[in-house]
Design a protein around this ligand. Structure first.
Ligand code: URA
Ligand code: SF4
Length: 493
């Protein structure tokens, strides 16, 4: 009898490939569910920490979706020389691997074995008990993942890098790894963390990292959420962090008192779950513009639909949606932040003071504004009142994420060759939340959205500048001159 501990699908797949090709029959393998072990707190201190277990966050390994198992080693002559496994089976197996049942690895191996030993079309036989069980498990995971996508509620906290959204959710299965890429795509401009009792995953704008889980405490309430969260976050997600679980497993808690940083760890353990719980309780659903965006190739239809958008709360205070303006075949798209006071009243982007400055500079570099498509990252004006005046307020990353669906739809329809992001907000949408205008301004890169993408200052930055206005404007002008030159040099489409 062989004993194998498996945590994740990829581990199982590689091992199963080897075992089948070595002719190891299902009844000769004892599969140990690594994740159930983790749950019961028997953390193996000597286990290899490489594969994103609780501990130092590790980037998500890129998905190897090798549809075939092609290990040619054939030691006992029993197994086929080349294992060809139906893609459909591997798809189901991958989903089933997220099921909480400890028997899943065994079941999957038995199915694989049978498929490789004469029952090639086994998965089509829905009356087979193994197949039936696998299909049930697959459905359960899908349902659970669906629930997770619908019910995860993010709560905003501010940490040293700005806004961070966190959510706590208790899935029925190990659905976090099943859904995390969905969340990464959906909320790619926000930094967020989803915690489950077993593990957590964080998105920093570029990469998903797994960290330890967060049990939900029994007691509600909690006092100063912000500080506690920071403490918790700093410790859990600091790569050099203390391995909590390993420590817990290694020595009884009473000995902690003699250790450095004990107090912190202790209070972290006590307070953090309460804090997260409170945060979760106060959280609203993240609503986005997605449901309002029609499938269409007409800009007018898109604009019309956007006028009724309620994808975030900004639609309630602003006068109207300010959609992009310009010809559908524009080869340059300018993206600002959000409409200002005058744009809000007139319904057209860049017509206030920032727009006038923009017009001036466009003219200076020889770009005809009527040929450009000009839009904003956020389509509704956000402001605070000060007496009679409405003062611009920076949109939150949540609003930017909500509104992104409109910008994406505009980009899809226009397919600009060049995109110019005016200011940090637009840049964060197209170039990612880690983009820094100070370092990346004026640099031209290829993005998914366009052949040439560049970020430069927002004209409002120049308007606000005091002594260095001329210098900033010269830089802004030279950035846009690059755009104009490229436009002239590049072959027409
Ligand atoms: N600032 C922007 O970012 N967009 C506008 O439309 C006006 C001012
Ligand atoms: Fe919709 Fe964007 Fe306006 Fe929010 S800001 S309501 S997402 S159009």
């Amino acid at each position: 009898m062989q004993h194998h501990r498996v945590d994740f699908f990829e581990d199982w797949r590689d091992l199963a490939r080897r075992l089948v090709s070595q002719g190891v029959a299902p009844h000769d393998v004892h599969w140990i569910d690594g994740r159930a072990d983790e749950r019961s707190g028997q953390l193996d201190l000597f286990a290899d920490e490489s594969a994103s277990k609780a501990g130092t966050p590790t980037p998500l390994a890129s998905e190897k979706s090798d549809p075939r198992i092609t290990d040619a080693s054939n030691r006992d002559g029993n197994a086929p020389a080349k294992l060809r496994v139906p893609v459909a089976f591997l798809g189901i197996a991958k989903t089933v691997s997220h099921h909480r049942s400890g028997g899943r690895w065994e079941l999957l191996y038995r199915l694989l074995w049978r498929i490789c030993h004469g029952e090639r079309h086994l998965m089509n036989i829905a009356s087979d008990p193994d197949v039936l069980r696998a299909i049930e498990m697959e459905k359960a995971v899908r349902r659970d993942a669906h629930k997770m996508k619908a019910f995860v509620r993010f709560r905003k906290v501010i940490d040293q890098d700005g806004e961070h959204f966190i959510a706590w959710h208790r899935p029925d299965h190990y659905s976090l790894r099943y859904t995390c890429e969905f969340f990464a795509r959906r909320f790619d401009v926000m930094r967020w963390t989803i915690m489950t009792p077993e593990e957590s995953v964080s998105w920093d704008g570029t990469e998903l990292s797994f960290g330890p889980g967060m049990p939900r405490s029994e007691s509600p309430a909690g006092d100063e959420l912000e500080t506690l969260w920071k403490t918790y976050y700093a410790n859990i997600f600091n790569p050099a962090r203390i391995k909590l679980k390993a420590m817990q497993a290694e020595m009884p808690k009473k000995h902690w008192a003699t250790m450095p940083e004990t107090e912190l760890i202790d209070s972290m353990l006590r307070e953090a779950p309460r804090r997260v719980e409170k945060m979760i309780a106060q959280t609203d659903a993240i609503v986005t513009a997605k449901a309002f965006v029609p499938q269409t190739d007409s800009l007018d239809e898109l604009r019309e639909a956007a006028s009724a958008c309620q994808g975030c709360e900004l639609c309630h205070s602003a006068t109207q949606t300010v959609f992009g303006v310009g010809p559908k075949d524009a080869s340059i798209m300018l993206i600002g932040e959000q409409p200002g006071d005058q744009e809000d009243l007139r319904g057209v982007p860049f017509v206030g003071p920032a727009g006038q400055l923009l017009d001036e500079v466009l003219e200076a570099v020889g770009l005809d504004r009527r040929e450009l498509y000009v839009t904003n990252a956020v389509k509704h004006f956000k402001f605070t009142r000060s007496g009679k005046r409405r003062l611009h307020k920076k949109p939150s990353s949540r609003e930017v994420a909500a509104c992104r669906y409109w910008l994406d739809a505009e980009i899809q329809l226009i397919r600009p060759r060049q995109i110019v992001c005016l200011g940090a907000t637009a840049a964060s949408v197209i170039l990612g939340p880690n983009f820094r205008l100070g370092e990346g301004r004026g640099r031209v890169v290829e993005t998914e959205e366009a052949d040439w993408t560049m970020a430069t200052y927002h004209p409002s930055t120049l308007l606000r500048a005091r002594d260095n206005r001329d210098a900033l404007q010269a830089v802004f002008e030279s950035d846009l001159r690059q755009v104009a030159d490229r436009q002239r040099q590049s072959a027409p489409r």
